[in-house]
Every structure is written in C-alpha cells, then in structure tokens.
Design a binder for this molecule. Structure first.
Ligand SMILES: NC(=O)c1ccc[n+]([C@@H]2O[C@H](COP(=O)([O-])OP(=O)(O)OC[C@H]3O[C@@H](n4cnc5c(N)ncnc54)[C@H](OP(=O)(O)O)[C@@H]3O)[C@@H](O)[C@H]2O)c1
Length: 361
C-alpha cells in the first residue's frame, strides 16, 4: 500500500476525504470540487485497494488515491462516501469515530432516525443535528424533484404526491451506462426493429443490469422487489420525501420507470396541497426558488428535456398546470442530472455547510 500523503492544513481550512473517488459519482465529485468556490484545505482521495496509487486530478492538482483504511481518516475533518451501501455501512462510523463528519451518498443510513437526510435548499438546519456524526444524501430520484417541491410546500403546504419517474441508465452506475450504449449499438441501423413483439429482445440478448431491453423501450422497474409489488426505488421516493420535508404523514404514490437516457432523471408529479393553488403564482415561486430553473413556455415548445438538462446543476421545471379537477393540485414535469444534484453536487453542498462550522470556529 502507498504511504499516506502528509496533510498540510491550508489557512486552517477543513481537510476533506473523498471515499470512492474513482467511481461514477466520485468522478463527477472531483469535477464539481474543481469548479465550485474552494473552501477546502487538503483533499485526500480514497478508494479500494485496487485503485491505490492511481493518480486523479482535482482543483488542477494531481493526487494519489490511497486504499480505504482507518489510518486514511487521520487528520480528516469531513469525509464524503461515494461507495456501495455495505462499504459506507462499515466505514462511515469508522470515519466518525476518528472525529470526521461523514457525508454519505449511499442508502446505508438514509432512514436512520439519528442520521439527518439533508437537501441544503430544503432543510439545511438538519445538517447540524447529527448524533452519529453522519449525514445522509438522498437518493437521486427524490433529489431530482425535492428542491422544487420544497419551494411549493413552503407556499401551499403539501398533502399528497403522485409521481412517475423516467430514470436514466446511469442511475444504475457505470454498468448501466455501458449496457445502454451496447444495446443502442446493437439496434442502430435496423429499420425493421420495434415492429414485432420480442424483436428488440432477440437482437439485444443479455439485458445487463436491467430486467428488460432498455434501447427502443421503457422498463417499469428500478431497484429490488418489496412487499405489495412496490420497488425499493418507489419506497425511497416515499420515505425520503417524508423525512426531508418533515411530513411523516405525506401521502406518496410513485411508479419508477427506466428510459433509454444516459444521464438525467425526469419526473411527472401531481402534487396536492392544503390550500388552493394558482398557476402564475406557482410559476413565480419556482422561478424565484434557489436551485430551480423554470422553463415553461409550451406555446414555444419550451420545457425541460434530459438531453438539454444533462451536465447542469439546477432542478428544471416545466409544464406547470393547475389540475382541471382539483383547485388544490398542480401537475409538473421536472428534470435533474442524477449524477450532479442527484448525487455529487448535493453531497458537496452538504459538506460545504459543515465546512462553514469549521471556518466559523
Ligand atoms: N449513480 C447514481 O446516479 C447515484 C446517485 C446517487 C447515489 N449513488 C450512490 O453513490 C454510491 C456510489 O455510486 P457509483 O454509481 O459512483 O458507483 P461506482 O461507479 O460503482 O463506484 C464505486 C466506488 O466505490 C469504491 N469501492 C467499491 N468497493 C470498495 C471497497 N470495498 N473499499 C473501498 N472503496 C470501494 C470504488 O473504488 P474502486 O474503483 O477502487 O473499485 C469506486 O470508487 C452508491 O452508494 C450509489 O448508490 C449513485
């Protein structure tokens, strides 16, 4: 194993560790940290022993990746975890025991009552309420809608959500992206496909991490099977929305669907509120909300699409309509980059909130 590089505190600024720096989310994280206002002292890159010694660039500097170990958290103030659930479950408490604040992107702690689930635009104060020294980052589907819904909730008070997702392949990590690209290559140029039941499936063969072909198709499934036919992804949307908004009784029905998009989740949301809504006021609330872009001019075919949103930071909202049958309900279409706000960006924002505590000392 390579020796740990020395940490040199810069101007008393906090030291950051990125665990999982070599992964899909970790790679976007390095890019985000290189472009946002730099609040960090030293940065330490951590991954599995397979990646130890590898060199990666962040903030214009080349840094060596070190293997995950207890010593790797020595001198670290804040540790981001962009690793599988089981790795976070084991190692985030180790980082916390070493005195670091762990900000975890996995699903390991999201529903733990002693771990806050934080979206800085919605519930920033919760970042300080961390008895285990761990803060969780919500799942990418919830994150792709919750900033906009939080703004509408502050105006009208949410009562119920009916959500359909149109989720990108990269939500299933790098293997998901690789599988979609391979499938697209297999079907490209064949002008007969998509006309007979099973013809796409026969050409594609192995469907990779998806339970059905994704190219030329949509697949009504993401995650694992839970009671009553619900998928784990659908339950995450329900449980995490309730926790972030502090609404344990919020009624939520979600149907999660995978679509042949590389990155950027889209959602339709039917949101029911305690008070009567107004289309123009709702549009104004969304236009003013930090982290939200309103793109809503259907007369000129202006609405968000994943192809236009990918690589950007905000939650994009369009098709804002008052329900024809319920004066208390709005219907919306939202898009958010699942690797940026849906994962790395929100984690970076949480870490920056915690970094302020170090700088305030
Ligand atoms: N993809 C998304 O849209 C998304 C969105 C929100 C949250 N998340 C969550 O973010 C986490 C990372 O996802 P990802 O898509 O970036 O996964 P990924 O591409 O598979 O990357 C996994 C990372 O974890 C590291 N790792 C794996 N096993 C390890 C071990 N035993 N010890 C130390 N490091 C280990 C890998 O290091 P090596 O390269 O050395 O193997 C790699 O850096 C997951 O919990 C995921 O659920 C993903």
């Amino acid at each position: 194993m390579s020796a740990l590089p020395p940490l040199n505190r810069r101007d008393g600024r906090p030291t950051l560790a990125i665990v999982g720096a070599t992964g899909a989310v970790g790679t976007v994280m390095l890019d985000i940290l290189s472009t946002r206002t730099d609040v960090w002292g030293d940065i330490r890159l951590i991954a599995s022993p397979r990646s130890a010694g590898k060199k990666l660039r962040v903030r214009g500097e080349e840094l060596e990746v070190v293997a995950l170990s207890e010593e790797a958290f020595e001198g670290v103030d804040i540790a981001m975890f962009d690793v599988p659930d089981e790795v976070s479950a084991q190692w985030a408490p180790v980082a916390a025991a070493k005195g670091a604040v762990a900000v975890d992107n996995s699903g390991a702690f999201r529903m733990d009552a002693d771990v806050p689930l934080v979206v800085p635009e919605v519930n920033p104060d919760q970042a300080k309420n961390r008895p285990r020294g761990i803060i969780s980052n919500p799942n990418c589907t919830t994150l792709s809608m919750i900033v906009a819904l939080g703004a509408l909730h502050r105006e009208y008070t949410l009562r119920e959500l009916v959500v359909s997702s149109y989720q990108a392949a990269s939500g299933a990590g790098q293997p998901g992206v690789d599988a979609l690209r391979e499938q697209i290559a297999k079907v490209a140029g064949d002008t007969t496909l998509g006309t007979q039941a099973g013809d796409v499936r026969r050409v594609i063969g192995d469907t990779g991490p998806f339970p059905a072909p994704l190219a030329l198709n949509v697949v009504p499934w993401a995650g694992s099977l839970k009671d009553g036919g619900w998928s784990s992804e659908e339950l995450k949307v329900r449980n995490e929305s309730r926790k972030i908004l502090g609404l344990p009784g919020l009624r939520v029905n979600a149907t999660c669907v995978r679509v042949p998009v590389v990155t950027t989740h889209s959602l339709t949301v039917h949101a029911v509120f305690e008070s009567e809504v107004d289309q123009a006021r709702a549009q104004a609330v969304l236009a003013e909300a930090p982290g939200v872009v309103l793109c809503d001019d259907p007369a000129n075919y202006e609405f968000p699409t994943p192809a236009d949103v990918v690589g950007t930071d905000p939650t994009w909202v369009g098709r804002v309509r008052r329900s024809l049958d319920d004066p208390n309900a709005l219907d919306l279409f939202l898009c958010g980059d699942n690797l940026r706000k849906g994962a790395a960006l929100n984690t970076a924002q949480i870490a920056e909130l915690v970094a302020e505590e170090f700088t305030e000392r």
